[in-house]
Design a protein around this ligand. Structure first.
Ligand SMILES: Cc1cc2nc3c(=O)[nH]c(=O)nc-3n(C[C@H](O)[C@H](O)[C@H](O)COP(=O)(O)OP(=O)(O)OC[C@H]3O[C@@H](n4cnc5c(N)ncnc54)[C@H](O)[C@@H]3O)c2cc1C
Length: 321
C-alpha cells in the first residue's frame, strides 16, 4: 500500500471491535486496512504458546445475545472456530482449538498489518493520516479507533479532542493472569473451572478441559486473579505473583501440585471495563471522519466490542451518505 494514497478506511486495532468494523466495511464495499501494534490478531482474545504449552490468557469465553452476533458465532461454530461451552451457569462459546481461532476466523480475507504501532493521528484536508515512529503509515478518508480508552485518549488528543474527552470517561480493572505447565499426569480427569468474585483465583481452568482443545504433551493451567487482587498486586513482579496464584489455586482446588515445568504471569493493565464511556459523549468526531469503537463504549465483553465495531461503521456511513 502506498501510505500517501488515501484509501476508504483505516481501522486501528485487530481486536474484536476492529475485526467487526473491518468485516462490515468490506461488506459495504469499502477498501479498509487494519493496523495493530500486537504480534498477533485478536487483541485481548489471545492465546500464548510457551515451552510447548498453550494458554488462553485473555478472554476465557464469550456469550452472544444480539441476533447479529449470534449469527456470527453460529458461522464460526460451523467453521469449527468456536465451540459451545456450558460454563459457570452460562450458555457460552470458546474458541477452538484456541481462543485466538475466533478472531483469526473473523479476520480471514481482511487486510491486516500486525506489529504496526501508531504513535500519531492527524486529521486535516478531509483526510486522516496515521504515523508510526518512522513516518506516515496510511492515509484514509475515514477511520475507526479501537484502542483501549486510555490509549485512544492519547492518540486522539489533537486529531479529535472531543473523542479524547469521551475516552477519558471510561475506567478499567486490571487482571493478573498466571500460566503453569506441568507433566501430563498432573491433569485431573474432570475438573470444572473455578470462578470466584474476589481473590487470587478469580477464574482458573485446565486448558485440556475446554471443548475443542487440541491435545498437549503436558498439562496447561491458566489462572486469572479477580479485579480486587489484581489491583492490589498490580505493580509487583511476575514471579512472586505467579507463586502466590499457584499456592492459592492449590487451596481453591484442593489439589497438591508439584513444581511446574513452565510458570509465567501476564499483567493486563486494561482488562475489564468497569465504567463504560458516558452514553451522551460523542462516538464520532465533529469532522465525521473518525469513529470510536471498543468494548469500553458499551460494556466489558467480547460481544460489546464486536457490536461497537459495527456501530462505528454505521455512524461513518451515515455521515458519508
Ligand atoms: C484477562 C481477560 C479476561 C477476559 N475475559 C472475558 C470473558 O471471559 N468474556 C468476555 O466476553 N470478555 C472477556 N474479556 C474482555 C474482552 O477480552 C474484551 O471485551 C474484548 O476482547 C475487547 O475487544 P476490543 O477490540 O474492544 O479491544 P482489544 O482486544 O484490546 O483490541 C484493541 C487493539 O488495539 C491495538 N492497539 C492499541 N493501541 C494501538 C496503537 N497505538 N497502534 C496500533 N494498535 C494499537 C491493541 O494491540 C489491540 O489489539 C476479558 C479480558 C481480559 C483481558
Amino acid at each position: 500500500m502506498n501510505s500517501s494514497t488515501p484509501i476508504d478506511l483505516v481501522i486501528l486495532g485487530s481486536g474484536m471491535a476492529g475485526l467487526a468494523a473491518a468485516q462490515l466495511a468490506a461488506a459495504n464495499g469499502l477498501r479498509a486496512a487494519v493496523f495493530d501494534k500486537g504480534r498477533r490478531i485478536g487483541g485481548r482474545v489471545s492465546t500464548r504458546r510457551a515451552d510447548g504449552f498453550t494458554f488462553n490468557h485473555g478472554a476465557q469465553f464469550l456469550t452472544a445475545r444480539h441476533p447479529d452476533f449470534v449469527n456470527s458465532c453460529e458461522d464460526a461454530v460451523a467453521a469449527g472456530a468456536l465451540r459451545p461451552w456450558q460454563v459457570s451457569g452460562r450458555d457460552a462459546f470458546c474458541g477452538a482449538p484456541t481462543m485466538r481461532d475466533f478472531p483469526s476466523f473473523l479476520g480471514d480475507g481482511i487486510e491486516i498489518t500486525q506489529g504496526a504501532e501508531i504513535s500519531r493521528i492527524e486529521s486535516h484536508d478531509g483526510l486522516v493520516a496515521f504515523h508510526d515512529d518512522t513516518g506516515l503509515v496510511a492515509t484514509a478518508r475515514q477511520a475507526v479507533i479501537t484502542a483501549p480508552a486510555p490509549q485512544a485518549r492519547r492518540l486522539l488528543a489533537d486529531a479529535a479532542p472531543e473523542l479524547a474527552t469521551t475516552a477519558a470517561s471510561a475506567t478499567y480493572a486490571p487482571c493478573w493472569t498466571a500460566m503453569f505447565g506441568f507433566d501430563a499426569d498432573a491433569l485431573p480427569e474432570h475438573a470444572a473451572p473455578i470462578h470466584e468474585k474476589s481473590g487470587p483465583v478469580g477464574w482458573g481452568v485446565w486448558e485440556a478441559h475446554r471443548p475443542g482443545a487440541a491435545a498437549q504433551d503436558g498439562a496447561a493451567l491458566t489462572v486469572q486473579a479477580a479485579p480486587d487482587w489484581s489491583e492490589e498486586h498490580l505493580e509487583q513482579d511476575q514471579a512472586p505473583v505467579a507463586e502466590a496464584m499457584l499456592a492459592a489455586w492449590q487451596v481453591a482446588s484442593g489439589t497438591a501440585l508439584g513444581r511446574p515445568r513452565h510458570m509465567a504471569a501476564h499483567r493486563w493493565r486494561y482488562a475489564r471495563v468497569i465504567t463504560a464511556a458516558d452514553a451522551d459523549a460523542p462516538r464520532i468526531s465533529a469532522s465525521g471522519r473518525i469513529a470510536l469503537a471498543g468494548d469500553w463504549l458499551a460494556g466489558a465483553r467480547v460481544e460489546d466490542a464486536w457490536l461497537s465495531g459495527r456501530m462505528a461503521i454505521e455512524r461513518l456511513a451515515a455521515v458519508a451518505a
